[in-house]
Design a protein around this ligand. Structure first.
Ligand code: JFZ
Length: 429
């Protein structure tokens, strides 16, 4: 398989100790949660939430037959939406593997799917010129050596039964399996740009009896070293229980640029459309596309990325809600991606109910409320050379009522809310 990297204008290799430049430039990626949980179709944690025992859960492997699987369609949808990288669950907590691993039989080639689904995914994403990412679960509710802990589907067995089961389990063997599988994934599929390990949960206040797992259980230092050795320049997240390249706030928008020990760090919010990562048939609690666009803008205004999740169906297709959301992004990004790629926080004070993103001397004002006749822009007196609507490059008049209250005069009261972005080249930032 080809290892051709995806070219972008930030294709330089990462400097040692620094994150690959594409990541903070590209800003927007697609997360894909796909596994056996697409069949019960009621959350990817269904095995745990409903305490479904392994023998029973395994029936889903027998019925896993994604006849409509076409990762090219996923990749095309991601690309059209303006996403630059795509991250697939190679294995989620259920333990089922989408690739042809030599280390377990619990894998897609042994289901009606009958083949390595990761291979096709990687090829498809690269063919669209996007970057390839893997999500890999550290938890494994299927592996016979993974000890029962506070988040295991068997956590409510009697303490005696759990002691008995755990006596026959050996995390050292599981660690070998975990590292072996990462070795396969990072060796056999060409260049992998991104890896999302998930997750560490050492501190378990809600289940102190059986506790959780963290860096030591995963052999995190060794695993991270292996990851970097096999894929120099790869971007790795922070859920191994030791620091990674990025921090990953989940299902919330940080209120300001994120810091670790007082220092700003690259970050990426992972977000769902409806609160579930895996396909959830009867959950119609989805966010409006408009809101998700604002979330992307909000993140970039604080130097963050967004990884927006879709959960394809068990037949392998994106559902209509995901498709509509991606189409809304496609339409918006077509006109506004200049305010996203390579952009980040601005030092200027943000007007009420708006966000700024800035790239060089281009300042983008994203209005979350509309209509406005005038918008007052604190601190911009004497600094705006020219103002225009980003969508069509039509001129906006800008005047300074007095030196303290520069204002944009938009005269665009009829425009729909939220998706407009004005561009203000700033001469003296
Ligand atoms: C994890 C998974 O359990 C979930 O199914 C999904 O894959 C998501 C992307 O990641 O969920 C987490 C993991 C860590 C935290 C919260 C949810 N955390 O550290 O707050």
């Amino acid at each position: 398989m080809t290892t051709t990297p995806t070219p972008t204008d930030t294709d330089a290799e990462a400097v040692a100790g620094e994150i690959a430049p594409w990541f903070t430039h590209d800003r927007f990626g697609m997360f894909i949660h796909w596994g056996l949980y697409a069949l019960p179709a009621r959350h990817e944690w269904v095995m745990n939430y409903e305490k479904i025992q392994q023998e029973e859960y395994e029936k889903y492997a027998k019925y896993f037959d994604p006849d409509l699987y076409d990762p090219r369609a996923w990749a095309r949808a991601a690309k059209a939406a303006g996403m630059k990288y795509v991250v697939l669950t190679t294995k989620h907590h259920e333990g089922f593997c989408l690739w042809d691993t030599a280390l377990t039989d619990y894998k897609a080639p042994n289901t009606p799917a009958g083949r390595d689904l990761v291979r096709e995914f990687v090829d498809a994403v690269r063919a669209e010129g996007l970057r390839v990412g893997f999500y890999h679960s550290l938890l494994d509710w299927h592996h016979p050596d993974f000890t029962i802990d506070g988040r295991h589907p068997r956590r409510d067995d009697s303490p005696e039964e759990i002691e008995r089961l755990n006596a026959g389990r050996d995390m050292a063997t599981y660690r070998e399996y975990l590292h072996g599988q990462i070795r396969e994934l990072l060796t056999d599929y060409g260049r992998i740009d991104y890896l999302f390990y998930d997750f560490s949960y050492e501190y378990e206040p809600h289940n102190p009896v059986w506790g959780g797992k963290g860096a030591k259980d995963w052999g995190a230092e060794e695993l991270l070293a292996l990851t970097r050795e096999l894929q120099p320049g790869i971007v790795v997240n922070d859920r191994l229980g030791i620091p990674g390249d990025i921090v990953t706030p989940e299902q919330y928008q940080p209120s300001e640029p994120m810091k670790v020990d007082g220092v700003e760090v690259p970050w990426e919010a992972c977000q769902t459309i409806n609160g579930s990562w895996g396909y959830f048939r009867d959950n119609h609690n989805h966010k409006a596309p408009e809101l998700m666009i604002r979330m992307l803008v909000d993140g970039v205004s604080k130097n963050g990325n967004m990884l927006l999740n879709v959960g394809p169906t068990a037949r392998g297709e994106l559902d209509s809600v995901a498709t509509e959301a991606l189409e809304a992004f496609a339409e918006w990004m077509h006109l506004h991606s200049r305010s996203i790629y390579g952009a980040g926080a601005s030092a200027f004070e943000t007007p009420v109910d708006a966000r700024y993103t800035q790239r060089g001397n281009r300042l983008y004002l994203h209005l979350f409320s509309w209509p406005f006749e005038h918008i007052h822009l604190p601190g911009l007196a004497g600094k705006v050379e020219y103002a225009q609507l980003l969508g069509d490059a039509s001129e906006l008049s800008f005047r300074e009522i007095d030196p303290d209250t520069p204002a944009l005069t938009t005269g665009m009261g009829g425009q729909p809310a939220g998706t407009l972005t004005l561009q203000l080249p700033v001469v003296r930032p």
